[in-house]
Design a protein around this ligand. Structure first.
Ligand SMILES: [Zn+2]
Length: 232
């Protein structure tokens, strides 16, 4: 085989190696994205839970404030009643108001207590939840850092392989290499071997002359169908 063709075959083998590394890097990148997305989704869920707890706390405060307001309102009614400076009719309606307000405050107090209990329970749960989240996130961050190291290593590897390719390419005639590069835009394997008189890439039955000349290895020949560079 022509020495140039041998060099070109080495380039093609190198390209296969580089392609495999590129695919590997893509896989690692995808894995990294998935890890990142999982962390982000979990953080978002936790954030939503925190908002819910904050809403509950606000509701609890509001209910307590309502109890206090009503309580001072009842005191005012009572002061008015005790002051005795109101008519009988007004006293009747004030008593009714006090009665009604006491019923309401009882209900409000029950709600306020139940809300406070809920806040305490949910806050405790949140402390636990945040603790386990930060532990889990720590592990995920470690995993992502591990993926990054792997990525770094594969990138270093591919840089090395590309440099090797460059060195190999320099051993090939410039015009022939250009042809290879053009074919590479279309095929992963610009070089095809001849077996049983056929181009092994596109399976075309080659002419006797072509087969013979490929065997001699004196010229660079191409498949009449796919235009790949032939070797035997
Ligand atoms: Zn072919």
């Amino acid at each position: 085989m022509k020495k140039e063709l041998e060099a070109l075959l080495a380039v093609q083998a190198q390209d296969t190696r580089i392609r495999a590394l590129e695919e590997k890097i893509q896989r690692i990148l995808k894995q990294r994205q998935q890890l990142q997305a999982t962390v982000e989704a979990e953080a978002k869920t936790l954030e939503a839970e925190k908002h819910k707890l904050a809403d509950l706390e606000r509701l609890s405060r509001e209910r307590n404030a309502a109890v206090d307001d009503l309580d001072s309102q009842i005191r005012k009614y009572q002061q008015q009643l005790e002051g005795g400076l109101v008519s009988f009719k007004e006293m009747e309606s004030l008593r009714e108001l006090v009665q009604h307000s006491r019923e309401r405050i009882e209900k409000l107090e029950e709600e306020a207590i139940s809300l406070m209990d809920q806040v305490v329970k949910e806050s405790e749960a949140m402390v636990q939840r945040e603790g386990s989240f930060s532990q889990w996130k720590g592990r995920m961050d470690e995993e992502i850092a591990e993926v990054d190291r792997e990525l770094e290593e594969q990138r270093r590897k591919i840089d090395g392989e590309r440099m090797k390719r460059q060195a190999l390419a320099e051993q090939v005639d410039a015009a022939l290499f250009e042809r290879y590069e053009r074919l590479l835009a279309e095929y992963e394997d610009p070089l095809a071997s001849v077996r049983d008189g056929r181009c092994t890439s596109c399976n075309l039955q080659l002419s006797e002359i072509t087969i013979e000349r490929v065997r001699e290895g004196l010229d660079i020949l191409t498949c009449e169908n796919c235009l790949r560079i032939l070797y035997s």
